[in-house]
Design a protein around this ligand. Structure first.
Ligand SMILES: Cc1cc2nc3c(=O)[nH]c(=O)nc-3n(C[C@H](O)[C@H](O)[C@H](O)COP(=O)(O)OP(=O)(O)OC[C@H]3O[C@@H](n4cnc5c(N)ncnc54)[C@H](O)[C@@H]3O)c2cc1C
Length: 289
């Protein structure tokens, strides 16, 4: 059994991994790519560099240092999460179970800008199939997205609802689509309804009548993952206490996905704190099992 799975190999995730591993935990880091830092050309406000350092260099060196200590770091995308006392993480390529987990997936920026969509949040627009799918049993629903995460959400909905359509909003579909799911690649112009969602309009003039829309654009963001296991969120932030613990036992969050400065130094502190606290949690769990 893995002691802790850290989702995200940015400054928060890697910092957490360094502490957890040095505390003796079997630590797995799952990261999709280099996160925000891949876009940061020059960093001049982080301790320890005489000359500006690129985000790529900082992140790659961080990963090397974690691996040197014995952290397993893999490239994969987390598409699902469950809680049964332990934490089960589903990725594009496999499934893992751990005593604890830390979400360090950076900031969620994946809500598509589609006319009408925002006004139906909570009135037919959802960000979590496993949380809200039940409300649409027997109904027609649409998943907006194009990748593995969208396909995973569609697969979650299939046994519950009447029909599932994936609408890619103009993008190419980049994942295996479950049997029975229709795909529309046309651009979406508007979401319509009177009070609740009723239909989606496409650029070619066609209309898809649906009662529910599930947003799964790109990869699962931090709040998408948090919601799947019942962790509390506030807007696009995961709610944590001073120990970076969520309300779900054994689940922590760190970095840009929690409130505060969107800066490397803050992400590194959060990770250090979460990594330290997770050591105590795992030791307690092992002592009582
Ligand atoms: C252009 C730009 C310039 C910046 N310049 C500075 C600067 O000069 N100084 C500074 O202090 N800060 C700067 N920042 C902010 C800084 O990059 C962030 O505050 C910091 O990277 C946050 O760290 P994090 O670990 O919380 O998230 P991130 O660095 O965003 O890391 C998130 C990680 O989660 C992974 N991930 C996300 N979803 C999934 C999933 N579903 N499955 C698996 N993995 C997933 C990503 O692949 C990534 O590894 C800049 C940001 C940008 C965008």
């Amino acid at each position: 059994m893995i002691d802790v799975i850290i989702i995200g190999n940015g400054p928060a995730g890697i910092s957490a991994a360094l502490y957890a591993r040095r505390g003796g935990l079997r630590t797995l880091v799952i990261g999709r790519d280099n996160g925000s830092l891949a876009k940061a050309d020059k960093i001049e406000n982080y301790f320890g560099f005489a000359q500006p350092v690129s985000g790529e260099e900082l992140i790659n060196d961080g990963i090397v240092s974690a691996k040197r200590l014995g952290v397993d770091v893999i490239t994969d995308e987390v598409i699902g999460m469950q809680y049964n006392g332990n934490i089960i993480i589903k990725t594009q390529q496999g499934q893992y179970e751990a005593l604890s987990a830390i979400i360090a997936t950076g900031i969620t920026r994946n809500a598509p800008k589609i006319k009408g969509l925002a006004q139906f949040e909570g009135k037919g627009v959802s960000y979590c199939a496993v949380c809200d799918g039940f409300f649409y049993r027997g109904k027609d629903v649409c998943v907006i997205g194009e990748g593995s995460y969208a396909a995973h959400e569609a697969a979650e909905l299939l046994p519950i609802v009447n029909t599932v359509t994936i609408a890619t909003n103009g993008a190419d579909i980049s994942a295996y689509v479950p049997d029975g799911v229709k795909v529309i690649t046309e651009k979406i112009t508007e979401v319509k309804g009177a009070g609740l969602v009723e239909s989606i309009e496409f650029e070619n003039g066609e209309t898809l009548n649906v009662s529910g829309i599930f947003i799964a654009v790109g990869a699962a963001g931090s709040t998408d993952l948090a919601k799947k296991v019942g962790a509390q969120i506030d807007g696009n932030k995961i709610i944590v206490d001073d120990n970076m613990a969520t309300n779900v036992p054994g689940l922590y969050a760190a970095g840009d996905c929690t409130a505060g400065m969107l800066q490397i130094s803050k992400a590194v502190y959060d990770g250090a704190k979460a990594g330290t606290e997770v050591i105590k949690y795992v030791r307690k769990q092992k002592a009582t099992k």
